[in-house]
Design a binder for this molecule. Structure first.
Ligand code: HEM
Length: 107
């Protein structure tokens, strides 16, 4: 749904302080998010993840629409100890849109 992807690109403004995505993206205070949907957590080269994320990754966390929704709604509830200092997205519409946008920016 192109309209949802476009809405998600606007929501991504809230992530841009810490994350880059797409061509030429580099790790900042957060890891590059290109191709994140469908990919194992904690896989970005050169990024130093928290112990919390590393443990969930070792336990097999793969980012899909459902767990991204849960993480982005309440990062510190979904992942106790994460170093992502983001309070979360409150609106269901924003959560659906950001997931569609992230999915649209593949590797
Ligand atoms: C990690 C998405 C906002 C900092 C992550 C991960 C995702 C994500 C999917 C896991 C990446 C992986 O496993 O490789 C988003 C989205 C945001 C957002 C969609 C906006 C809605 C932010 C903001 C900050 C931030 C505003 C900084 C204040 C981080 C950090 C990590 C991270 C430091 C690593 C977490 C850890 O190792 O525990 N983010 N993020 N993010 N993000 Fe965000």
């Amino acid at each position: 749904d192109p309209a949802l992807v476009e809405a998600g690109e606007k929501v991504f403004k809230k992530c841009k302080a810490c994350h880059q995505i797409g061509d030429g993206a580099k790790n900042r205070s957060g890891p590059v998010l290109t191709g994140i949907v469908g990919s194992p957590a904690g896989r970005v080269e050169g990024f130093k993840y928290s112990k919390a994320l590393t443990e969930m990754a070792e336990n097999g966390l793969v980012w899909d629409a459902d767990n991204l929704h849960a993480f982005l709604a309440k990062p510190k509830t979904f992942m106790k100890g994460t170093k992502m200092s983001f309070s979360g997205l409150k609106k269901e519409d924003d959560l659906a849109a950001i997931t569609a946008y992230l999915k649209s920016v593949a590797n």
